[in-house]
Design a protein around this ligand. Structure first.
Ligand code: PEP
Ligand code: MG
Length: 546
């Protein structure tokens, strides 16, 4: 038996034959061509087809993995439409009299290198996207279909790495598991595997060509793959797989049941979403509401700044389809890792500590007012909460509320209906907000702890920097203490307190949060039922008596 180790993405067990997934062989003619104009036309047709393919992938990814993840294909379409990329590639065809394939190879490689040389980790990571779209254009030019590389039998696929477009194209009914020799736990492939709930190992360096066709078991919990395990081990792992499946069925039975502890302490379990396309996932997973609608995705999805009508339509759709459930929409949290060209934001030395979120909104008042007007108008169609991100002071909250009030007065004069029960809250994601929680609680109806940023700022650990993984401790006592302090401060002033960062879904901390008295946990839709199960197994009175 051979054993491989890696970074595990999904905890389940996958059992099946290994299929080594190899890129189609692309043999590129490097000589001079007679008819460059014909090559330009072939290149244009291949790019056009690749753009259409992105739309198909986007729609498939929405169903398989959700809107946030599907967005990568819209980014790919925009890259394919990029004039600089297209012109520099065509220039190679006409200037050097080369084939469309050769020009795509060289032109896209140059472009990818340009991204790879950038300092900003987000921009650096875009090099992989260029290589992904390059593969699609080449396949279109050469009449290759990389999807056919999956084969026709259910299998555990092994590759150096999978591009997002390859992952989405895979036939899920034949995909038992994935093993990558490269790939980080934050890569798009990992994110896709996680949301499709497919056991996957990244960075498994022991892969051998002779694994192809052999029976293998991925044990996600222990981050191991066994090749041709002996009968005893195979039986044990099969038993665990059966138990996992039974657990999944049990989760489904929790739909419609309250998220309350054995002794009747109720915690609202809400979902985090990125836009109207995620409403289906909220309902499928029986979330009681939305605790975080990251409205910046409405901005990121748009080629230009979305106007009041466009935003109103998006917010109204979510509110209307989920009414009477509470939907908390966070105002635009642009900046740091989420940059948008049309915002013309300066490059900064420390973007995570920089000009972002309310700092942008409060200094670009017309921009902020457009969103607040859209939100207020949409409030008439459901149960809205408005939440301000990256708050560090009472003055900021007051200013946000004043601008909101200004918008309300304007809209009422214009004859619009506005709900009178809109809850106002802030993200508590900076140490400053934690330390000023008593004063801030006086200003708002609710707090939502953004533990992703709170951990980054409390521990001074850049959340974007993969090199820092060994130093990061998601259960750092300072972060847990900050959460406890915030909940207690909120409750002293009648302000309810939730958690919407990733930590909220960590069921190893659910007891702790319930002990602190958390009122709400907002998690990715797939974590709603496992979290409900964890809550229902806890007896809070026993925890408090300890
Ligand atoms: C957070 O910081 O925990 C959070 C929920 O916001 P985001 O991850 O969008 O920064
Ligand atoms: Mg945040």
């Amino acid at each position: 038996m051979q054993v491989g180790n890696g970074k595990s993405i999904v905890n389940g067990i996958a059992i099946g034959k290994i299929k080594i997934y190899k890129e189609p062989e692309r043999i590129i003619y490097e000589g001079i061509v007679d008819d460059p104009a014909a090559e330009v036309a072939r290149f244009e047709a291949a790019v056009e087809k690749a753009i259409d393919q992105q739309t198909v992938l986007y729609e498939k990814a929405i169903v398989d993995a959700g809107k946030d993840i599907a967005e990568v294909f819209m980014v790919h379409a925009a890259m394919l439409e990029d004039d600089d990329l297209q012109d520099s590639t065509k220039e190679i065809i006409t200037g050097q009299k080369r084939s469309a394939e050769y020009a795509t190879k060289v032109g896209f490689d140059n472009y990818a290198q340009m991204f790879a040389d950038m300092d900003d980790p987000y921009m650096k990571a875009r090099a992989a996207d260029i290589i992904d779209i390059q593969g699609m254009v080449l396949d279109n030019l050469m009449g290759l279909d990389s999807a056919s590389m999956q084969g026709t039998e259910p299998a555990i696929l092994v590759a150096d790495d999978f591009a997002p477009s390859q992952t989405v194209k895979l036939d899920k009914s034949l995909l038992l598991g994935m093993i990558c020799i490269e790939g980080s736990s934050n890569s798009h492939t990992a994110i896709l595997a996680r949301s499709m709930n497919i056991p996957a190992l990244m960075q498994c360096k022991e892969v051998q060509d002779d694994w192809d066709g052999k029976l293998a078991v991925i044990d996600g919990k222990n981050a191991v793959v066994y090749i041709e395990p002996d009968k005893d081990l195979l039986d044990t792992l099969k038993k665990r797989q059966d138990e996992d499946r039974k657990k999944e069925a049990l989760l489904q039975e929790l739909k419609g049941k309250p998220s309350e502890t054995i002794d009747g302490y109720n915690v609202h379990v809400y979902a985090n979403i990125g836009g109207p396309a995620d409403v289906g996932a909220v309902n499928q997973n029986d979330a009681e509401g939305v605790g975080l609608f990251r409205s910046e995705f409405v901005y990121l999805n748009s080629k230009e700044e979305p106007g009041e009508e466009e935003q109103f339509t998006a917010y109204k759709r979510v509110l209307e389809s989920l009414a009477p459930k509470l939907v908390i929409i966070r105002t635009c949290d642009i900046g740091a890792d989420k940059t948008i060209e049309y915002m013309h934001l300066d490059k900064e030395e420390n973007p995570a500590l920089g000009y972002r979120a309310v700092r942008i909104c409060l200094t670009r008042k017309p921009f902020f007012k457009t969103q607040l007007r859209a939100l207020l108008r949409a409030s008439a169609y459901g149960n809205l909460g408005i939440m301000f991100p990256m708050i560090i002071s009472v003055a900021e909250v007051r200013e946000c509320k004043e601008i909101l009030e200004e918008c309300r007065q304007e809209l009422l004069k214009e004859g619009y209906k506005i709900a009178d029960n809109i809850q106002i809250g802030i993200m508590v994601e900076t140490p400053a907000a934690v330390f000023c929680a008593d004063e801030l609680a006086e200003e708002v109806d609710f707090f939502s702890l953004g533990t992703n940023d709170l951990t980054q700022y409390t521990c001074a650990l850049d959340r974007q920097n993969a090199k820092l993984e060994p130093f990061s401790d998601t259960h750092h006592p300072a972060v847990l203490r900050a959460i406890k302090m915030t909940i207690e401060a909120g409750h002293r002033h009648g302000t309810w307190v939730g958690i919407c960062g990733e930590l909220g879904a960590d069921t190893t901390l659910t007891e702790e949060f319930i002990k602190y008295g958390v009122d709400e946990l907002s998690v990715n839709p797939k974590s709603v039922l496992p979290l409900r199960k964890a809550i229902r197994s806890i007896d809070r009175s026993k925890l408090l008596a300890k």
